[in-house]
Design a binder for this molecule. Sequence first.
Ligand SMILES: *Cc1c(COP(=O)(O)O)cnc(C)c1O
Length: 227
Amino acid sequence: MKQRIEKLKEKLKNAAVCCGRDPKDIKLVAVSKTMSAEKVETAINSGATILGENYIQESREKIKTLSRYDVQWHFIGHLQSNKAKYAVPLFDLIHSVDSLKLAKEINKQAKKIDKIQDILIQINISRELSKSGIDAKGVTDLVRDISLLENVSIKGLMGMPPYYNEPEKVKPYFAEMRKIRDEIKKKNFSGVSMDELSMGMTGDFEAAIEEGSTFVRIGTAIFGARN
Ligand SMILES: *Cc1c(COP(=O)(O)O)cnc(C)c1O
């Protein structure tokens, strides 16, 4: 695993340098869904500093087991409003906020524990009905509405292109994410920073980095194939 992570970090660095970006601006989220706490521990000892989880139940146990490690936990899966109460105390960043209802619930739970919860807004960039995320058309309004909530802080956007095995085909989707980000940034909503773009996975992170990704979410290249 150590070798895989080191090789991957090298690839991330090269991808950044290739398009004239500072490698420090690209952060690796090691996606550990379905992986045991032991495997995640190995990943941490091999240099993973941000872990990405998709399921509340599963991650609660892992985070507890690994609480002695100074790492960040990010929630990247679909979050139901009624699970916000579990997510807020556990996660440093929630990538997948796509409705005002969910944001309000996160705000309420964050207020209870005196936390400002950092979030990203998930866009349904592929326009596939099966995917979560808000339509590109509605993003600006959603950001404005959420910006009024006191215990939630928007840091940027997250999105997933349709699945293609060709980087050239996914690039326009990443480019659109960046464009939406830049447009929202211009609005200067108070308390909103649009610095982060969570995009790129094992199969397409190079294209994502070229288009401005700051968080790549990578599972398979680190942990191997999931069952
Ligand atoms: C599983 C998952 C990933 C990681 O995918 P890989 O192809 O294994 O790198 C990234 N983002 C989200 C939202 C995921 O659910």
